[in-house]
Design a protein around this ligand. Structure first.
Ligand SMILES: *[C@@H]1O[C@H](CO)[C@@H](O)[C@H](O)[C@H]1NC(C)=O
Ligand SMILES: *[C@@H]1O[C@H](CO)[C@@H](O)[C@H](O)[C@H]1NC(C)=O
Ligand SMILES: *[C@@H]1O[C@H](CO)[C@@H](O)[C@H](O)[C@H]1NC(C)=O
Length: 340
Protein backbone atom coordinates (compact mmCIF):
# COMPACT_ATOMS: atom_id res chain seq x y z
CA UNK A 1 0.00 0.00 0.00
CA UNK A 2 2.65 2.45 1.10
CA UNK A 3 4.78 1.64 -1.87
CA UNK A 4 1.94 2.26 -4.30
CA UNK A 5 1.14 5.61 -2.69
CA UNK A 6 4.73 6.68 -2.96
CA UNK A 7 4.90 5.90 -6.64
CA UNK A 8 1.72 7.87 -7.18
CA UNK A 9 3.25 10.79 -5.35
CA UNK A 10 6.36 10.61 -7.47
CA UNK A 11 4.50 10.20 -10.72
CA UNK A 12 1.87 12.86 -10.16
CA UNK A 13 4.22 15.88 -10.24
CA UNK A 14 6.06 14.40 -13.20
CA UNK A 15 2.76 13.96 -15.02
CA UNK A 16 1.78 17.54 -14.24
CA UNK A 17 5.06 18.87 -15.56
CA UNK A 18 4.65 16.88 -18.78
CA UNK A 19 1.04 17.99 -19.17
CA UNK A 20 1.94 21.63 -18.58
CA UNK A 21 4.92 21.65 -20.92
CA UNK A 22 2.81 20.03 -23.66
CA UNK A 23 0.26 22.80 -23.13
CA UNK A 24 2.84 25.60 -23.22
CA UNK A 25 4.54 24.28 -26.32
CA UNK A 26 1.19 24.28 -28.18
CA UNK A 27 1.66 23.27 -31.81
CA UNK A 28 1.46 26.07 -34.34
CA UNK A 29 -1.21 26.00 -37.00
CA UNK A 30 -0.47 27.02 -40.59
CA UNK A 31 -3.53 27.43 -42.75
CA UNK A 32 -3.81 27.54 -46.56
CA UNK A 33 -6.72 27.79 -48.96
CA UNK A 34 -9.95 29.72 -49.38
CA UNK A 35 -12.84 31.40 -47.54
CA UNK A 36 -13.71 28.24 -45.60
CA UNK A 37 -10.53 28.87 -43.61
CA UNK A 38 -9.77 32.59 -44.16
CA UNK A 39 -10.12 34.56 -40.91
CA UNK A 40 -9.23 38.02 -42.24
CA UNK A 41 -6.86 38.10 -45.22
CA UNK A 42 -9.28 39.47 -47.81
CA UNK A 43 -9.33 43.14 -46.83
CA UNK A 44 -12.08 45.20 -48.50
CA UNK A 45 -14.19 42.14 -49.28
CA UNK A 46 -17.72 41.50 -47.92
CA UNK A 47 -16.08 39.64 -45.03
CA UNK A 48 -15.19 43.08 -43.64
CA UNK A 49 -18.67 44.49 -44.23
CA UNK A 50 -21.95 44.11 -42.34
CA UNK A 51 -23.72 41.79 -41.71
CA UNK A 52 -20.66 39.48 -41.68
CA UNK A 53 -19.43 38.76 -38.14
CA UNK A 54 -22.80 39.67 -36.60
CA UNK A 55 -22.78 36.71 -34.18
CA UNK A 56 -19.02 36.64 -33.49
CA UNK A 57 -17.15 38.83 -32.79
CA UNK A 58 -20.28 41.03 -33.17
CA UNK A 59 -18.95 43.14 -36.04
CA UNK A 60 -17.41 42.43 -39.48
CA UNK A 61 -13.86 41.14 -38.90
CA UNK A 62 -12.82 39.26 -42.02
CA UNK A 63 -14.54 35.90 -41.69
CA UNK A 64 -16.89 34.74 -44.43
CA UNK A 65 -19.74 33.96 -42.09
CA UNK A 66 -21.73 35.32 -39.17
CA UNK A 67 -19.20 34.02 -36.65
CA UNK A 68 -16.61 31.38 -35.96
CA UNK A 69 -15.48 29.18 -38.82
CA UNK A 70 -13.68 25.84 -39.12
CA UNK A 71 -10.25 27.41 -38.46
CA UNK A 72 -11.44 28.67 -35.07
CA UNK A 73 -12.80 25.26 -34.06
CA UNK A 74 -9.64 23.45 -35.19
CA UNK A 75 -7.48 25.90 -33.23
CA UNK A 76 -9.63 25.46 -30.13
CA UNK A 77 -9.28 21.69 -30.52
CA UNK A 78 -5.49 22.21 -30.46
CA UNK A 79 -5.93 24.47 -27.41
CA UNK A 80 -4.37 27.44 -29.18
CA UNK A 81 -5.77 30.76 -30.27
CA UNK A 82 -6.82 31.16 -33.88
CA UNK A 83 -3.63 31.92 -35.85
CA UNK A 84 -3.20 35.48 -37.12
CA UNK A 85 -4.18 36.21 -40.73
CA UNK A 86 -1.08 36.85 -42.84
CA UNK A 87 -2.45 40.29 -43.85
CA UNK A 88 -2.61 41.35 -40.17
CA UNK A 89 0.62 39.81 -38.91
CA UNK A 90 3.14 41.67 -36.79
CA UNK A 91 6.10 40.69 -34.68
CA UNK A 92 4.02 39.95 -31.60
CA UNK A 93 1.18 37.75 -32.83
CA UNK A 94 2.95 34.90 -34.58
CA UNK A 95 3.08 32.37 -31.76
CA UNK A 96 0.04 30.33 -32.87
CA UNK A 97 1.07 30.13 -36.52
CA UNK A 98 -0.26 32.03 -39.51
CA UNK A 99 -3.34 31.85 -41.66
CA UNK A 100 -2.53 32.32 -45.36
CA UNK A 101 -5.99 31.30 -46.62
CA UNK A 102 -7.62 33.89 -48.87
CA UNK A 103 -11.32 33.93 -49.76
CA UNK A 104 -12.24 33.16 -53.35
CA UNK A 105 -8.88 31.71 -54.32
CA UNK A 106 -7.99 28.23 -55.47
CA UNK A 107 -5.27 25.92 -56.62
CA UNK A 108 -5.24 27.67 -60.00
CA UNK A 109 -6.19 31.24 -60.83
CA UNK A 110 -9.86 31.99 -60.07
CA UNK A 111 -12.11 35.00 -60.57
CA UNK A 112 -10.65 36.55 -57.41
CA UNK A 113 -7.35 38.32 -57.84
CA UNK A 114 -5.85 36.93 -54.64
CA UNK A 115 -2.91 34.66 -53.88
CA UNK A 116 -3.46 31.14 -55.21
CA UNK A 117 -2.23 28.17 -53.19
CA UNK A 118 1.26 28.34 -54.73
CA UNK A 119 1.64 32.01 -53.80
CA UNK A 120 0.37 31.33 -50.27
CA UNK A 121 3.06 28.68 -49.88
CA UNK A 122 5.65 31.14 -51.28
CA UNK A 123 4.77 33.45 -48.36
CA UNK A 124 5.21 30.58 -45.90
CA UNK A 125 8.59 29.73 -47.43
CA UNK A 126 9.67 33.34 -47.09
CA UNK A 127 8.85 33.40 -43.36
CA UNK A 128 10.87 30.22 -42.86
CA UNK A 129 13.82 31.70 -44.78
CA UNK A 130 13.61 34.81 -42.59
CA UNK A 131 13.78 32.55 -39.51
CA UNK A 132 10.43 33.82 -38.27
CA UNK A 133 9.76 30.14 -37.61
CA UNK A 134 12.43 27.67 -36.64
CA UNK A 135 12.93 24.24 -38.12
CA UNK A 136 11.38 22.62 -35.06
CA UNK A 137 8.42 25.06 -35.12
CA UNK A 138 7.65 23.93 -38.65
CA UNK A 139 8.34 20.25 -38.00
CA UNK A 140 5.93 20.12 -35.05
CA UNK A 141 3.31 22.37 -36.62
CA UNK A 142 0.03 21.33 -38.13
CA UNK A 143 -0.76 22.42 -41.67
CA UNK A 144 -4.33 22.54 -42.97
CA UNK A 145 -5.17 22.99 -46.65
CA UNK A 146 -8.64 23.52 -48.08
CA UNK A 147 -8.83 24.47 -51.76
CA UNK A 148 -10.58 23.48 -54.95
CA UNK A 149 -14.20 24.65 -54.74
CA UNK A 150 -13.45 28.05 -56.31
CA UNK A 151 -11.51 26.35 -59.11
CA UNK A 152 -14.58 24.28 -60.00
CA UNK A 153 -16.83 27.35 -59.92
CA UNK A 154 -14.39 29.14 -62.22
CA UNK A 155 -14.25 26.14 -64.56
CA UNK A 156 -18.02 25.79 -64.78
CA UNK A 157 -18.62 29.52 -65.30
CA UNK A 158 -16.00 29.62 -68.04
CA UNK A 159 -16.91 26.46 -69.92
CA UNK A 160 -20.58 26.40 -68.94
CA UNK A 161 -20.74 22.65 -69.16
CA UNK A 162 -19.51 19.59 -67.37
CA UNK A 163 -17.86 17.94 -70.38
CA UNK A 164 -14.17 17.72 -69.73
CA UNK A 165 -14.65 17.96 -66.01
CA UNK A 166 -13.06 14.55 -65.36
CA UNK A 167 -9.82 15.74 -66.91
CA UNK A 168 -10.02 18.99 -65.00
CA UNK A 169 -10.56 17.19 -61.68
CA UNK A 170 -7.45 15.11 -62.31
CA UNK A 171 -5.30 18.13 -63.18
CA UNK A 172 -6.58 20.06 -60.17
CA UNK A 173 -5.89 17.27 -57.69
CA UNK A 174 -2.49 16.63 -59.23
CA UNK A 175 -1.55 20.30 -58.80
CA UNK A 176 -2.90 20.22 -55.25
CA UNK A 177 -0.74 17.16 -54.57
CA UNK A 178 2.36 18.98 -55.85
CA UNK A 179 1.58 21.75 -53.35
CA UNK A 180 1.22 19.25 -50.49
CA UNK A 181 4.61 17.74 -51.35
CA UNK A 182 6.14 21.20 -51.42
CA UNK A 183 4.81 22.01 -47.94
CA UNK A 184 6.39 18.77 -46.73
CA UNK A 185 9.70 19.69 -48.39
CA UNK A 186 9.64 22.96 -46.41
CA UNK A 187 9.81 20.83 -43.27
CA UNK A 188 6.21 20.40 -42.15
CA UNK A 189 5.64 17.03 -40.52
CA UNK A 190 1.86 17.02 -40.21
CA UNK A 191 -0.12 18.04 -43.28
CA UNK A 192 -3.88 17.77 -43.46
CA UNK A 193 -5.82 18.29 -46.68
CA UNK A 194 -9.56 18.51 -46.54
CA UNK A 195 -11.86 16.59 -48.81
CA UNK A 196 -14.13 18.76 -50.96
CA UNK A 197 -17.49 19.62 -49.42
CA UNK A 198 -20.75 18.39 -50.98
CA UNK A 199 -21.24 21.39 -53.28
CA UNK A 200 -24.69 20.11 -54.30
CA UNK A 201 -25.88 21.05 -50.79
CA UNK A 202 -24.77 24.69 -50.94
CA UNK A 203 -27.79 27.02 -51.08
CA UNK A 204 -26.58 28.49 -54.37
CA UNK A 205 -27.21 25.02 -55.87
CA UNK A 206 -29.99 23.63 -53.64
CA UNK A 207 -32.16 26.68 -54.40
CA UNK A 208 -33.10 24.62 -57.45
CA UNK A 209 -35.02 22.29 -55.11
CA UNK A 210 -36.40 25.28 -53.15
CA UNK A 211 -33.97 24.22 -50.39
CA UNK A 212 -35.74 20.89 -49.94
CA UNK A 213 -32.74 18.75 -50.79
CA UNK A 214 -29.14 18.68 -51.91
CA UNK A 215 -28.79 18.28 -55.69
CA UNK A 216 -26.95 14.99 -55.73
CA UNK A 217 -25.79 15.29 -59.34
CA UNK A 218 -23.55 18.18 -58.29
CA UNK A 219 -21.97 16.03 -55.61
CA UNK A 220 -20.41 13.80 -58.27
CA UNK A 221 -17.61 16.35 -58.66
CA UNK A 222 -16.55 16.29 -54.98
CA UNK A 223 -16.94 12.50 -54.87
CA UNK A 224 -14.57 12.06 -57.83
CA UNK A 225 -12.23 14.76 -56.55
CA UNK A 226 -12.08 13.13 -53.12
CA UNK A 227 -11.45 9.64 -54.51
CA UNK A 228 -8.30 10.91 -56.26
CA UNK A 229 -7.11 12.88 -53.22
CA UNK A 230 -7.43 9.82 -50.98
CA UNK A 231 -5.41 7.81 -53.49
CA UNK A 232 -2.73 10.49 -53.83
CA UNK A 233 -2.42 10.92 -50.07
CA UNK A 234 -1.92 7.19 -49.67
CA UNK A 235 0.82 7.30 -52.31
CA UNK A 236 2.48 10.34 -50.71
CA UNK A 237 2.61 8.55 -47.37
CA UNK A 238 4.11 5.46 -49.02
CA UNK A 239 6.78 7.64 -50.65
CA UNK A 240 7.64 9.45 -47.42
CA UNK A 241 7.59 6.21 -45.39
CA UNK A 242 5.57 7.95 -42.67
CA UNK A 243 1.98 9.10 -42.41
CA UNK A 244 2.78 12.78 -42.83
CA UNK A 245 -0.37 13.43 -44.86
CA UNK A 246 -3.93 13.13 -43.57
CA UNK A 247 -7.36 13.99 -44.90
CA UNK A 248 -10.11 15.87 -43.13
CA UNK A 249 -13.44 14.52 -44.29
CA UNK A 250 -15.37 17.68 -44.98
CA UNK A 251 -17.60 15.73 -47.38
CA UNK A 252 -19.21 13.25 -45.02
CA UNK A 253 -19.13 15.51 -41.94
CA UNK A 254 -20.95 18.22 -43.91
CA UNK A 255 -23.55 15.76 -45.23
CA UNK A 256 -24.14 14.10 -41.85
CA UNK A 257 -24.50 17.45 -40.10
CA UNK A 258 -27.13 18.55 -42.63
CA UNK A 259 -28.96 15.21 -42.50
CA UNK A 260 -29.09 15.34 -38.72
CA UNK A 261 -30.68 18.78 -38.82
CA UNK A 262 -33.13 17.71 -41.53
CA UNK A 263 -34.16 14.76 -39.37
CA UNK A 264 -34.74 16.93 -36.29
CA UNK A 265 -36.84 19.23 -38.42
CA UNK A 266 -39.08 16.37 -39.55
CA UNK A 267 -39.96 15.93 -35.89
CA UNK A 268 -40.23 19.64 -35.15
CA UNK A 269 -41.24 21.77 -38.11
CA UNK A 270 -40.51 25.04 -36.30
CA UNK A 271 -36.75 24.40 -36.54
CA UNK A 272 -34.89 26.28 -39.29
CA UNK A 273 -34.32 24.60 -42.64
CA UNK A 274 -30.59 23.79 -42.73
CA UNK A 275 -30.39 24.30 -46.51
CA UNK A 276 -31.79 27.82 -46.42
CA UNK A 277 -29.22 30.65 -46.12
CA UNK A 278 -29.68 33.22 -43.36
CA UNK A 279 -28.30 36.11 -45.40
CA UNK A 280 -30.13 35.83 -48.70
CA UNK A 281 -29.81 38.01 -51.81
CA UNK A 282 -33.00 39.88 -52.71
CA UNK A 283 -32.74 38.66 -56.29
CA UNK A 284 -30.46 36.74 -58.63
CA UNK A 285 -27.13 38.46 -59.12
CA UNK A 286 -27.25 40.13 -55.71
CA UNK A 287 -25.03 39.07 -52.83
CA UNK A 288 -25.06 39.09 -49.05
CA UNK A 289 -23.16 42.14 -47.79
CA UNK A 290 -23.66 44.26 -50.92
CA UNK A 291 -25.50 47.57 -51.03
CA UNK A 292 -26.66 49.65 -54.01
CA UNK A 293 -25.45 53.17 -54.84
CA UNK A 294 -27.92 54.63 -52.30
CA UNK A 295 -26.69 52.33 -49.54
CA UNK A 296 -29.81 50.19 -49.75
CA UNK A 297 -29.19 46.56 -48.83
CA UNK A 298 -29.34 43.97 -51.59
CA UNK A 299 -30.02 41.18 -49.11
CA UNK A 300 -32.11 40.18 -46.11
CA UNK A 301 -30.89 38.66 -42.86
CA UNK A 302 -32.87 36.04 -40.95
CA UNK A 303 -34.14 36.73 -37.46
CA UNK A 304 -31.79 34.37 -35.60
CA UNK A 305 -28.48 33.98 -37.47
CA UNK A 306 -27.10 31.90 -34.62
CA UNK A 307 -29.55 29.09 -35.50
CA UNK A 308 -28.85 28.81 -39.23
CA UNK A 309 -26.69 26.12 -40.79
CA UNK A 310 -25.80 28.28 -43.80
CA UNK A 311 -24.92 31.93 -43.50
CA UNK A 312 -24.91 33.00 -47.17
CA UNK A 313 -25.38 31.04 -50.37
CA UNK A 314 -22.01 29.25 -50.13
CA UNK A 315 -20.69 29.56 -46.57
CA UNK A 316 -21.80 27.71 -43.44
CA UNK A 317 -22.87 29.86 -40.51
CA UNK A 318 -21.21 29.48 -37.11
CA UNK A 319 -23.85 26.93 -36.10
CA UNK A 320 -23.15 24.99 -39.31
CA UNK A 321 -19.40 24.95 -38.73
CA UNK A 322 -19.96 23.92 -35.14
CA UNK A 323 -22.07 20.94 -36.15
CA UNK A 324 -19.56 19.96 -38.85
CA UNK A 325 -16.78 20.21 -36.26
CA UNK A 326 -18.82 18.00 -33.90
CA UNK A 327 -19.08 15.38 -36.65
CA UNK A 328 -15.30 15.52 -37.15
CA UNK A 329 -14.36 15.69 -33.49
CA UNK A 330 -14.04 11.98 -32.76
CA UNK A 331 -11.56 11.58 -35.63
CA UNK A 332 -9.61 14.76 -34.92
CA UNK A 333 -7.19 13.36 -32.36
CA UNK A 334 -6.01 10.95 -35.08
CA UNK A 335 -5.92 13.70 -37.70
CA UNK A 336 -4.50 16.75 -35.93
CA UNK A 337 -4.25 15.82 -32.26
CA UNK A 338 -1.86 14.00 -30.00
CA UNK A 339 -2.33 10.70 -31.84
CA UNK A 340 -1.19 12.08 -35.19
C1 LIG B 1 -0.33 43.15 -33.65
O1 LIG B 1 -1.60 42.83 -34.22
C2 LIG B 1 -2.65 42.67 -33.30
C3 LIG B 1 -3.90 42.33 -34.07
O2 LIG B 1 -3.68 41.25 -34.90
C4 LIG B 1 -2.86 43.94 -32.50
O3 LIG B 1 -3.87 43.75 -31.54
C5 LIG B 1 -1.56 44.33 -31.82
O4 LIG B 1 -1.73 45.58 -31.21
C6 LIG B 1 -0.44 44.43 -32.86
N1 LIG B 1 0.84 44.67 -32.16
C7 LIG B 1 1.74 45.52 -32.62
C8 LIG B 1 3.00 45.60 -31.83
O5 LIG B 1 1.57 46.18 -33.62
C1 LIG C 1 -0.43 31.24 -59.08
O1 LIG C 1 -0.29 32.63 -59.23
C2 LIG C 1 0.95 33.05 -59.75
C3 LIG C 1 1.00 34.56 -59.69
O2 LIG C 1 -0.14 35.12 -60.25
C4 LIG C 1 1.08 32.52 -61.17
O3 LIG C 1 2.33 32.90 -61.70
C5 LIG C 1 1.01 31.00 -61.13
O4 LIG C 1 1.01 30.47 -62.44
C6 LIG C 1 -0.28 30.55 -60.42
N1 LIG C 1 -0.21 29.11 -60.22
C7 LIG C 1 -1.11 28.26 -60.70
C8 LIG C 1 -0.90 26.82 -60.42
O5 LIG C 1 -2.09 28.62 -61.33
C1 LIG D 1 -39.44 22.78 -31.45
O1 LIG D 1 -38.38 23.72 -31.63
C2 LIG D 1 -38.59 24.96 -31.00
C3 LIG D 1 -37.45 25.87 -31.40
O2 LIG D 1 -37.60 26.26 -32.73
C4 LIG D 1 -38.66 24.75 -29.51
O3 LIG D 1 -38.86 26.00 -28.86
C5 LIG D 1 -39.74 23.76 -29.17
O4 LIG D 1 -39.72 23.49 -27.79
C6 LIG D 1 -39.58 22.48 -29.96
N1 LIG D 1 -40.75 21.62 -29.76
C7 LIG D 1 -40.63 20.33 -29.45
C8 LIG D 1 -41.92 19.57 -29.32
O5 LIG D 1 -39.56 19.77 -29.27
Amino acid sequence: MVKQNQSIMVLLPLFLILAISAEVEGAKLFVFGDSYLDTGNYLNSVSYKPPYGITFPGYPAGRFGNGRILTDYLASFLKIETPTPYALKNSSNLQNGINFAFGGTGVFQTRVNGPNLTVQIDSFEQLIKQNVYSKSDVESSIVIVNAGANDYITFILKDRNLFGIAKYIKSLVDELTINLKRIHSLGAGKIVVSLLQPVGCLPTVSVASLYNDCIDLFNNVPRDHNKIILQNVENLNKESGKSVFRTLDLYNSFLSAIEEKQKSRQENSTLVNPLEPCCAPLKAGYECGKVDENGKKKYTVCEKPELSFFWDTVHPAQNGWYSIFKQLESSLSQIIGTNF
